[in-house]
Design a protein around this ligand. Structure first.
Ligand code: DER
Length: 223
């Protein structure tokens, strides 16, 4: 099975966690796109979705799925999203799609976080994938120096030769060379740094379940 086929497999499998008649929380990325496409088959059975990015909103609307603002819901039963890395405890690195802030917000509304990922995302420890950190632009150099003090190398994510600007109007640093041995402590510490909007470690908002796409089919990992 190709990686794309594995993504489709888990995107489809996530439908079983969607509660009929409710609003579902939807993440961002190529695996989530497979879930959104599969969700279209249930659009008559659900009330709609809360989205974590402009990109996902556009895809949902194009398929006729109503999109609600996060402020219109009290809570969600489930949030479906991908990850760049997920460890054995359900801690994730996210932000490859530059949506980490809104992803963490919508995940906070949900009772369960169902991560959908192909097997390449399962890692023994977080930190091999360059860690995304959304920052207020004026603080970027200062934050990059603080990561350097930890042995990290931070670069501003570019798009078309300019710093990428997120849905929230901020910049993203991608940090290589870190070894994140305690994701909970790391997330808490870095979140405190002035100028950090969101760090792409999802430890406090970790996955409840991971649907892992493997050549042998979908493995369900619970945390
Ligand atoms: O940006 C994100 O957090 C996405 O969920 C990303 O981590 C996974 O994207 P992918 O499904 O395209 O690999």
């Amino acid at each position: 099975l190709t990686q794309d086929e594995l993504k489709a497999l888990v995107g489809q499998a996530a439908l079983q966690y969607v509660v009929p008649g409710e609003i579902v929380g939807v993440g961002t990325g190529s695996t989530v796109n497979k879930f959104i496409d599969a969700l279209a088959s249930m659009k008559g059975d659900i009330k709609g979705a809360v989205s974590s990015s402009v990109a996902s909103t556009e895809r949902l609307k194009a398929l006729g799925i109503p999109v609600f603002d996060a402020n219109e819901v009290e809570s969600l039963s489930v949030y479906i999203d991908g990850a760049d890395e997920i460890d054995g405890q359900g801690h994730m690195v996210k932000g490859g799609g530059a949506a980490l802030t809104r992803e963490k917000i919508v995940a906070a509304l949900a009772g369960r976080f169902v991560c959908i990922a192909d097997e390449s995302k399962l890692v023994p420890a977080l930190g091999k994938f360059p860690l995304p950190v959304e920052v207020i632009p004026m603080a970027a150099a200062h934050i990059a120096r603080r990561f350097a003090a930890l042995g990290g190398k931070a670069t501003i994510r570019q798009k078309d030769g300019q710093p990428l600007v997120t849905d929230n109007g901020q910049h993203i640093l991608d940090v290589t060379g870190l070894s994140i041995t305690d994701p909970l402590a790391f997330e808490s510490d870095v979140n405190q740094w002035p100028g950090v909007v969101t760090v792409g470690v999802f430890a406090h908002q970790k996955a409840s379940v991971c649907l892992l796409g493997t050549a042998q089919g979908v493995k369900t990992l619970s945390y």
